[in-house]
Design a protein. Structure first.
Length: 187
């Protein structure tokens, strides 16, 4: 089973020099990663924390945090390549309608940020979803006017928006296992 190394950055926010208390800790990251690995075990993919760093606060206005591409760009710009996937764990973000953001071609490494949800299961599920994007999975869109389709898909991990799904289809598992990210670390 490939083990994909993660460098975790616990990144508190600040605004105009006033730092907010970080919600995440290295211990809560480990607990959430257990949820992540429970979900991705279906694909025989495991993630390991190479290093967990409590990062310097990111001074960014609250009304700028909900631009996920901009936020991830600023976060990734702060760190150099280190042969691992960079995961930024941040406090809850007002008006962000997703669990985080992920970009396979972030500079310098593939990277994700995950916002805090106040419980381990939700934190881990959001993180697993973002890692799914790094393994080339797209969002699953549900047509709620089609009850049969909605019932079949509503528990999928990759459902768009805020959800509680943890399931993966056989096609998603195959796609994730064949992704450049998994191939890079499969040895």
């Amino acid at each position: 089973m490939p083990s994909i190394p993660l460098t975790i950055y616990i990144t508190p926010f600040a605004e105009k020099g006033v730092t907010e208390a970080a919600k995440w800790s290295c211990d809560s990251a480990k607990d959430a990663l257990d949820v992540v690995n429970g979900i991705w075990a279906k694909a025989n993919v495991a993630f390991v924390i190479k290093e967990c760093i409590v990062d310097a606060p990111l001074d960014i206005a609250k009304d700028s945090r909900n631009d996920d591409k901009r936020l991830l760009g600023v976060l990734t710009y702060r760190h150099s390549e280190d042969q691992s996937i960079h995961i930024y764990l941040v406090n809850s973000i007002e008006n962000l309608n997703a669990g985080g953001g992920s970009y396979q071609s972030s500079d310098p490494e593939a990277a994700s940020f995950v916002q805090w949800y106040y419980n381990t299961a939700a934190n881990g599920r959001a993180w697993a979803h973002e890692l799914g994007h790094l393994m080339t999975l797209d969002h699953v869109k549900i047509d709620f006017t089609n009850e049969r389709q909605a019932a079949a898909l509503r528990s999928n991990l990759m459902v768009e928006g805020l959800s509680t799904g943890r399931d993966l289809s056989a096609k998603q598992i195959a796609q994730a296992k064949g992704s450049p990210l998994v191939k890079r670390f499969a040895g």
